[in-house]
Ligand binder design. Structure first.
Ligand code: ZN
Length: 606
């Protein structure tokens, strides 16, 4: 029977592949996949049922027009994914035996809400091809690349897409502009870099713009695909944040957490409290390279981002479908704020912005109403600038010794009927959470926020292993997995004598790639609470953007695949093969990545 794929008549041939030996097996696999996706996406039952409706998924997923592409086979698909260095690996690829050329007449077509993404794709293709690619909102002709937004219930995911390349052109279908964008990233990877040896290409442009006919159906496994950067320890130039956003988008990573404040520096302009940056954004000296327990004697700062800059970054990131999540640490890691406003501490100070790494004892006084109000007022400006659903309040490594000795903190504990200082931190968190919730935001913090009982609605970033994440998910809280065992990208990634100074530890590329964000001990009905994963680039031993790039890549590439690709498709040797080609992209983007060595290629993790 003829099948219709998004309104297009397709001859059908029965070849159905996805690891199932027959159509029934395929159907079952798709239904399971869709149920799982619906669960992961926390779709309502009604929406999930819609996704199940045969008339929906049959045309989209079952009657894939193999004929139009020529004979598809998984080995050809494997080869093509490998050849093009597609990263992260798409959920499903089927390859035909024809080619499509992005020729001189090729335009990118996008009508209505798809126009914006069409323009972005045209621009990025123009850059890699070294010639202008026109954009149009008119009807598509043969040879064009067409982007179309479809109803949400005909896509496997809010960020998913389908990319169909046949001899007459390329068609991209997605339910959201993010899906269109990610299809564009994939399309660009298919032509860039070209198949020639880069040495033969005199410049960065691709000489050949031929794409194999293929169909890609793709969607992310997790909705939170994050990296953290830490300009509090070593300030990162504003322009570098944009480069990080670009690099994240290239890998379909979508959440950049910026650690804006810590004991060693306050980097966010707060208009109500100008001393936060006047005083808090500078320190007398920094730990010395190679001898972090001694000072370098060099005054550092003032370094901070203005609200105008952060708004610009938010817009820049939004157009690349990256969400900026600000992190404002409280009540601990708060010394830079207390240096500016010592009245919000337990002892009254005075304090200096910290000049060594590590954890400091002086924290915000949770017994002082004015101090709690101060925290709220700071966050009021933060949420004005950052529209993210989640606001990260840190919450980690807050020593409670000052609270133990503080009359006001002890009075608060008695008045609120709290058992101890851990519960005082929970009380403080709940004050902050109420404030954020009343402004339509959600609180997320490091897993210490679990210790005195988690405030309802709060989400947890699990860093001390996955235990905190499991506990939180079992209690129906959302979690992001970011354990020191796999996701701390400030740890060393090699053991050779040329490796740069690092905070310690050892997390090679293969270890990151092997990370499974959903712990096996977590009951199935709690899996949906695992929002995703994040790699953290703590800045103590990253003095420059080049250092950040070195620690980030290629581990962030491996993380991108953990976060995006289906768990069952992950295969390290396949990844290493694709990575080789992908690194050429990073070369051309001037990324100071660490070159994988023999240990990385063999998958060594010890
Ligand atoms: Zn106190």
């Amino acid at each position: 029977m003829p099948a219709t794929l998004f309104g297009r008549e397709m001859p059908q041939r029965g070849a159905i592949e996805c690891g199932a030996s027959n159509e029934r097996g395929y159907l079952t696999a798709i239904i399971q996949l869709r149920l799982r996706r619906a669960e992961e996406l926390r779709l309502s039952t009604a929406v999930a049922q819609l996704l199940m409706k045969p008339k929906d998924f049959l045309p989209v997923f079952i009657l894939i027009p193999v004929m139009a592409l020529g004979a598809g086979s998984s080995s050809v698909a494997e080869e093509e994914v490998l050849r093009a260095g597609l990263i992260p690996r798409p959920a499903q690829v089927r390859v035909g035996d024809g080619t499509f050329e992005i020729g001189s007449k090729t335009r990118v077509i996008g009508r209505g809400a798809a126009a914006g993404e069409a323009a972005k794709l045209a621009e990025s293709l123009s850059i890699v091809l070294g010639r202008p690619i026109r954009v149009s909102s008119g009807p598509a002709n043969e040879g064009d690349i067409e982007l179309v937004l479809v109803q949400a219930n005909s896509s496997a995911s809010v960020e998913g897409y389908q990319l169909i390349v046949d001899r007459t052109g390329a068609k991209i279908r997605a339910a959201t502009s993010a899906g269109l964008f990610y299809a564009g990233i994939t399309l660009r990877q298919l032509v860039w870099p070209g198949t020639r040896d880069p040495a033969e290409e005199s410049e960065a442009h691709v000489k050949e713009a031929f794409i194999r006919t293929m169909e890609i159906t793709d969607f992310p496994r997790f909705s939170w695909r994050g990296l953290l950067v830490d300009p509090a320890r070593h300030f990162l130039p504003f322009e570098f944040l944009k480069k990080m956003v670009d690099l994240m988008a290239l890998h379909k990573l979508n959440t950049l957490q910026i650690h804006l404040t810590d004991d060693q520096g306050w980097r966010f302009e707060v208009k109500k409290y100008p001393r936060l940056t006047e005083v808090g954004s500078r320190r007398a000296e920094s730990p010395r390279r190679g001898a972090p327990n001694t000072g370098d004697g060099i005054p550092y700062g003032p370094f901070f981002y203005t609200q105008t800059q952060m708004r610009e970054l938010v817009d820049y990131a939004r157009s690349r479908h990256v969400t900026i999540v600000p992190e404002i640490e409280m009540p601990g890691h708060f010394l830079a704020a207390l240096a500016a406003y010592p009245e919000f501490s337990c002892t009254g100070g005075p304090f200096n912005v910290r000049t060594r790494w590590g954890v400091h004892s002086d924290i915000l006084c949770a017994g002082n109403d004015a101090a709690v109000e101060f925290a709220r007022n700071v966050l009021a400006e933060v949420i004005e600038v950052f529209p993210s659903e989640f606001i990260h309040i840190g919450g980690d490594e807050a020593p409670r010794e000052r609270w133990k000795a503080c009359a006001r903190c002890q009075a608060r504990i008695r008045k609120e009927g709290l058992k101890n200082e851990a519960q005082l931190q929970t009380w403080f968190n709940s004050q902050i959470e109420q404030f954020l919730t009343s402004h339509g935001r959600r609180l997320i913090g490091w897993d210490e926020i679990l210790e005195g009982g988690l405030t309802p609605g709060a989400a947890v970033m699990s860093w001390r292993g996955t235990k905190g994440g499991i506990a939180a998910a079992e209690a129906s809280h959302d979690v992001v997995m970011s354990p020191t065992s796999h996701c701390y990208f400030d740890y060393a990634q090699g053991k050779g004598p040329l490796e740069p100074e690092s905070i310690g530890g050892f997390i090679p590329l293969a270890k990151v790639y092997g990370f499974e964000p959903v712990p096996s001990e977590l009951p199935a009905d709690r899996h949906r609470h695992v929002l995703g994963v994040q790699g953290n680039l703590w800045g103590e031993f990253m003095w420059t953007p080049q250092d950040v790039e070195y620690f980030a890549f290629p581990r962030a590439v491996a993380l991108a695949e953990v976060a995006w690709s289906p768990a069952q498709s992950r295969n390290y040797s396949d990844f290493i093969g694709r990575l080789e080609r992908h690194l050429k992209r990073l070369d051309r983007l001037n990324v100071n990545y660490r070159k994988p060595d023999q240990n990385d290629r063999s998958g060594q993790i010890q």
